[in-house]
Write a protein of this length. Structure first.
Length: 120
């Protein structure tokens, strides 16, 4: 079964939080130091309002606040991942070693010696 609409956006945001690296820096959400796509900040806010995620204090003064899953958030992530048909136990995950489907492939480059430019 495929996720659509709100469920898909929730899964994308929860997956990024599960992988780690999501933080609130000032008023902007970042993932591994890069600003998240424009469709995610509202989703992160909604997930926090629903108590599926929470903010942790910064690791250093003035630093970003990490976004983490709550127990309810882990449960929802498991439900959505199972519904999507690609269940990975959050407790056993390797931390995101693959390219997630919600990220563009624009950074991929052709093999050396290829006459093609970067994929767009």
């Amino acid at each position: 079964m495929h996720l659509t609409g709100t469920e898909l956006l929730d899964w994308i945001a929860l997956r990024r939080v599960h992988e780690g690296g999501v933080a609130l820096h000032g008023s902007e959400y970042v993932h591994w130091g890069r600003k998240v796509p424009c469709y995610l900040p509202g989703v992160f806010g909604r997930l926090a309002d629903a108590e599926l995620t929470e903010l942790r204090d910064p690791d250093f003064p003035g630093g970003p606040r990490r976004v983490v899953l709550t127990p309810r958030g882990r449960k929802r992530y498991r439900e959505l991942t199972a519904k999507r048909g690609a269940w990975v136990d959050p407790e056993q995950s390797s931390g995101g070693c693959s390219v997630p489907p919600d990220r563009p492939l624009s950074r991929l480059r052709p093999a050396r010696g290829s006459s093609e430019g970067a994929l767009k």
